[in-house]
Design a protein. Structure first.
Length: 256
């Protein structure tokens, strides 16, 4: 069976207390020595019994351990003091920043025209002067921005104008090339494009101008001088046909 759990409390019996102290002291010293050897630790152990007897153990020297302890303790206390002073410093800085923030918020509200009841004439004049300076700075910045935008627009306009000129040049070259190709296609005896368009235009006007008034008149046939018998016979036949048709037309009119 395992050992029962020991209640950690003061032993009332002095004999049992002394025996337990001796056993546990020996075990503690043994553990301290083992720890110093296994972990290469610098250990200093000091134990006073209930009777006032000193028991100690040191892996190197008790004086060096105590000096080292005092030095580290002092440095730790100094760090704590520094930390406390640093905390106080930042607390003061935070309070100062809060005051500055409150002052800036108050000035901002006054610049907006709010909370002016507690200001004197001098304060109001200073506020007015500050507002005028601010407006002057705003206007100057606005003019500067507008000038820069106008300059950029001029640059863009010049660029677009240059592109427009280049496009016009390309169009002129294309027109010249088209004209040269049209001349080659039409040849020396062909109809030019302008004459063809004019011819189409006249033809279109003749076709679609149906509401124009028409005047029909009978005119005498015109004779041309020619000594060829064939031409004379054709002219006689055409004259006879003309007069025959004219007589028939008049008869039809009288009949109607």
């Amino acid at each position: 069976m395992g050992r029962g759990k020991i209640v950690i409390r003061r032993i009332d019996n002095s004999t049992s207390r002394q025996v337990t102290f001796s056993k546990r002291r020996s075990g503690l010293l043994k553990k301290a020595k083992e720890l110093s050897i296994l972990c290469d630790a610098e250990i200093g152990l000091i134990v006073f019994s209930s009777t006032g007897k000193l028991h100690d153990f040191s892996s190197t020297s008790m004086n060096s351990v105590i000096e080292r302890y005092n030095k580290v303790k002092e440095e730790h206390c100094q760090e704590m003091m520094n930390s406390a002073s640093e905390i106080k410093f930042w607390q003061r800085e935070a309070a100062s920043l809060r005051q500055q923030l409150q002052y800036m918020q108050e000035c901002h509200r006054q610049l907006l025209g709010e909370e002016l009841s507690g200001l004197s004439i001098k304060d109001l004049q200073n506020l007015e002067s500050q507002l005028e300076k601010s407006m002057k700075g705003v206007r100057m910045k606005k003019e500067q921005v507008l000038k820069e935008e106008i300059k950029e627009l001029h640059v863009k306009g010049n660029f677009i104008q240059q592109e427009n000129i280049e496009l016009h040049k390309k169009i002129d070259r294309i027109r010249q090339e088209n004209a040269g190709l049209q001349k080659k296609v039409n040849g020396p005896g062909g109809i030019s494009e302008e004459n063809r368009l004019c011819h189409i235009g006249h033809g279109t006007n003749n076709v679609y101008d149906i509401h124009a008034p028409t005047n029909l008149q009978l005119s005498q046939p015109q004779y041309q001088k020619s000594n060829t018998p064939e031409v004379m016979n054709l002219r006689l036949k055409s004259n006879q046909t003309y007069y025959t048709n004219a007589v028939k037309t008049k008869e039809h009119k009288h009949a109607d």
